[in-house]
Design a protein around this ligand. Structure first.
Ligand code: NAD
Length: 530
């Protein structure tokens, strides 16, 4: 936390935006205090009604404008991401800008259909004379708290869904990547999102906590949080106090299973990219790799060779494959996991040390073999450029190892036979399982993103992410307003007989029984109700 400066003397907290490759302080910003957070939420609430009232089609038009403007600024935004988060510009373009452009495409194409009223036909004869509809209403003000590792794509995809559904949104970005959030704000405002409908409150954990504790007229109506399990648990407890609905997108320890019929060349390339993309600081990165023993040594050799060829450097350098880590604290976690694994007998095949000649946040992409579940590296989220690999002897064992984790974000299965992969995929406890791919599910705008077990609650992206941004109201209209209901008071022996008949009519086994039921029930319509 060395980059988080707290100025106690004037009781103003500040966050510093730092280039992780060079250590250069890009900008210092004041943290929004509690009163500023409450004021932002109050402004958002005041502006939300008008935003909801313009209707989905006009909001979609704003999203289209946002998409055009983002496309025009694609390289500028990608470079801003690289300066603050370190990843190579090419990666910022594909895993951040492209993801957001496509999330906008999904909402432009589908939000109208997904948000409009939905008829709900009734199957029960007792309610046939009613018309049912599902109505989707915006929550009001959605709070979004986001991490630093995908500082653009995570808050932007969540924001677009919140806005198109008619909500106002208040974003508290990570203290390490405030500037990227401010870039997002500027593109949204330029595209026509009213200033108070989308606001960024810059700050640290205390600023995020103020957003959750906001109440009543100045309180948010829903929270979408993305971050670590530890913070997620704190947030869930605080949200429970005021029954605030939350989506929690938390950490992962994603397994990759390489079956005995996999293509070693393709799978090893996938493992290397999946483990080191964004210097391994990806919630969906390959954090554990299990390889069938028959391919184990060949796979390890291929991974080690490919890893040694990776060019580590500054993200703004076009030849860089792997950039720096976000800060030294994250790097120390990686070092401690690697040291623990080595002490317990893991084999180091590549990397395993810092690159001080490049800067203090650089760590060599690292391949470890013969790891076991007794090692921290196979149980805790490492969130760094390390690929730990273990062998297995049967599909059964592979599934058991994959599921032996507190996390359940995503997983992958590698095989030349799609059906076999699918069979195994269904047995893995995770929000997403990819057959023959890694990480890319985050870029499938139609697909729900989220975890099971400690990896979270709820979903982002696609239809289900949009559903998280609306309150579902069931609208029930009786089509015979002049008629009293047969089940109202006036109970007695004949009513009971008629009800039994009515139940038989709908649910009895044989046709004869149902016919008798119909006759017994027939009188019920003519009974005089109280
Ligand atoms: P973090 O939990 O430290 O911080 C996340 C956000 O929460 C930041 O904005 C932070 O300021 C804020 N925060 C911290 N304490 C808070 C509090 N008490 N109340 C309210 N807000 C608070 O996580 P991080 O280090 O920024 O991000 C890395 C983690 O995020 C990893 O565990 C990674 O797996 C996870 N992640 C998950 C997903 C996903 O989609 N599941 C995506 C990206 C990252």
């Amino acid at each position: 936390m060395s980059v988080l400066a707290i100025d106690l003397q004037v009781a103003v907290r500040r966050v510093s935006s730092v280039n992780p490759a060079t250590g250069e302080v890009l900008r210092e910003l004041e943290c929004a205090g509690e009163s500023e957070v409450l004021a932002a939420v109050a402004r958002a609430r005041a502006a939300q009604g008008a935003w909801a009232a313009i209707g989905v089609r006009r909001r979609i038009a704003v999203l289209r404008e946002f998409q055009h403007r983002l496309h025009e600024k694609k390289s500028e935004i990608a470079e801003a991401i690289t300066r603050e988060a370190g990843k190579p510009v090419a990666e910022a373009l594909t895993t951040e800008v492209l993801v957001v452009l496509d999330a906008a495409r999904f909402l432009i194409d589908h939000a109208y259909r997904l948000l409009r009223d939905e008829p709900l036909p009734h199957g029960n004869l007792a309610t046939k004379l009613k018309s049912g509809r599902l109505v989707r209403e915006p929550y009001g003000v959605v709070g979004i708290i986001s991490p630093w590792n995908y500082p653009f794509s995570i808050p932007a995809t969540e924001t677009l869904a919140a806005l198109v559904a008619g909500n106002a949104a208040v974003l508290k970005p990570s203290e390490f990547t405030s500037l990227v959030a401010l870039e997002l704000q500027s593109v949204l405002h330029d595209a026509g999102v009213p200033t108070d409908v989308f606001q960024v409150v810059v700050g640290d954990g205390a600023t995020g906590a103020a957003l959750i504790h906001s109440r009543g007229e100045t309180g948010i109506d829903k929270l979408v949080f993305t971050g670590s399990v530890a913070t997620g648990k704190r947030i869930a407890a605080a949200a429970a106090e005021r029954l605030l609905p939350v989506v929690l997108e938390l950490g992962g320890k994603d397994p990759m299973l390489v079956l005995d019929d996999a293509d070693v060349d393709v799978a090893s390339s996938a493992a290397v990219w999946g483990a080191f993309v964004n210097a391994g600081q990806t919630c969906l990165s390959v954090e554990r790799c299990y390889v069938h023993r028959s391919l184990y040594e060949a796979f390890l050799k291929a991974c080690a060779e490919k890893t040694k060829k990776l060019r580590v450097g500054h993200g703004l350098d076009r030849e860089t494959d792997v950039g720096p880590m976000i800060h030294e604290g994250q790097l120390r976690i990686v070092e401690s996991h690697v040291a623990d694994a080595a002490a317990r007998g893991a084999r180091l095949l590549a990397g395993g040390s810092r690159l001080p000649e490049l800067g203090k946040n650089f760590y060599k992409p690292t391949v470890l073999a013969d790891v076991t579940h007794e090692m921290r590296i196979m149980r805790e989220e490492t969130f760094g450029p390390v690929l730990p690999v273990a062998a297995f002897d049967s599909d059964e064992e592979a599934v058991r190892l994959a599921n032996d984790s507190e996390f359940g974000l995503a997983a992958s299965v590698w095989t030349r036979h799609g059906e076999r992969g699918e069979r195994l995929a269904r047995r893995i406890q995770a929000g997403t399982v990819m057959v023959n791919d890694v990480v890319s599910c985050f870029g499938v705008s139609e697909a729900p993103h989220g975890g099971v077990k400690s990896s979270g609650v709820g979903r982002a992206h696609g239809r289900f992410g949009l559903e998280e941004m609306v309150r579902l109201k069931y609208l029930d209209v009786d089509l015979m307003p002049g008629m009293k209901k047969v089940w109202w008071y006036g109970y007695g022996a004949s009513f009971r007989r008629q009800m039994e008949g009515f139940l038989d009519l709908q649910f009895a086994r044989g046709f004869g029984e149902r016919l008798r039921g119909a006759l017994r029930a027939a009188g019920v319509m003519w009974r005089k109700r109280l």
